[in-house]
Design a binder for this molecule. Sequence first.
Ligand SMILES: [Zn+2]
Ligand SMILES: [Zn+2]
Length: 184
Amino acid sequence: MRDEPTLPKYLFVRTFLRIAGPLVVAAGVYCLYQGISRFGDFGPAFYETPKYMFAGIPLLFVGIVMSVSGYAGAAARYQASQMAPVATDVINYVGEGTRDGVKAVASAIAEGISEGVAGGHAHVAGEGEAGVVHCPKCNTPNAAGANFCTQCGQALPRPCECSACGKTNEAGAKFCNGCGNRLR
Ligand SMILES: [Zn+2]
Ligand SMILES: [Zn+2]
């Protein structure tokens, strides 16, 4: 049907369906009508009912299918031609989305790992920064809680509690970070 040479054939079939479909529907309706009209007769014609019904129902069904095929064919083709790019876009979008999603997840995992690692380092470093006591004499960073500098033996300042607000300030702090009170 996509080939142009077959288009006339398609048109012929469609035209046939458009003409024959309703005719078959009409025939089916006629048969059903005949059957139903005989249903009320309690004469010999009553027994004609099943015959007409059995003939009418398939005719009606086939006729409707033919009509729908004939008339909806063009619409379906039109829709198909209209929908195809959309569908392609959707598929591409979904594909890209999935790819991006996978990328995002992968990068998130990678970031998470690197952040976890870096964060761990940062955390340690931060702890180091916060917990480090720089020697007042040689400026060597010493572990928090150390009493003496590992490099020069200088007595290291201890974390001190603010006499005004009671907040514990890091070793060597000159002013309280809680209230600004001068320490020592
Ligand atoms: Zn020192
Ligand atoms: Zn204070």
